[in-house]
Ligand binder design. Sequence first.
Ligand code: ADP
Ligand code: MG
Length: 168
Amino acid sequence: MVLHVHSGHDNRRDKSVHLPDELSTLDCGEILAQSLAPGLIVYLKGDLGAGKTTLTRGILRGLGHAGKVKSPTYTLVEPYPDARIATYHFDFYRFSTPEEFLEAGLDEYFQGAGCCLVEWPDKAQPYLPPADMEISLYVSGAGRQLNIQAHSKEGEACANRFAAHQAD
Ligand code: ADP
Ligand code: MG
């Protein structure tokens, strides 16, 4: 896994990683897990099949969750209270209107100390609280490209810890 750090246009440092296969996406998630903090809101962006759920599996494994990680496509949220940091995994792909976010009472999850990982965040806008960190996944050859963008002080700290762990 090779990490490139380059300056973004707004002077923030975007971080990008090439992931040649599924195993490296899982490994990358495990490394990311060591950088997360309670209360962090992370958007996971990318097309269907880009690897958002795979990355989440790696993150939860890294947080010590030993069981399965199901895609929350139908349940909207899967909670992981047993993880080292309590984590909630969301997927809003099936929303036909963003109001479903409020109707399902999901805003409450974003007030607490849990770490929130959100697939298809755009489907819940403008109701979804802003991200501390945005992770985008793209198909790149036979593998994937992962980009991290920080949007808050906490997100920036997390992205920097990730870059440091990656270098180990
Ligand atoms: P999403 O949640 O973004 O829709 P999934 O994680 O469910 O995507 O599925 C991603 C698919 O791509 C899976 O079949 C997985 O095995 C594969 N995959 C994940 N990471 C990589 C990678 N780095 N290179 C190639 N294939 C990958
Ligand atoms: Mg998914």
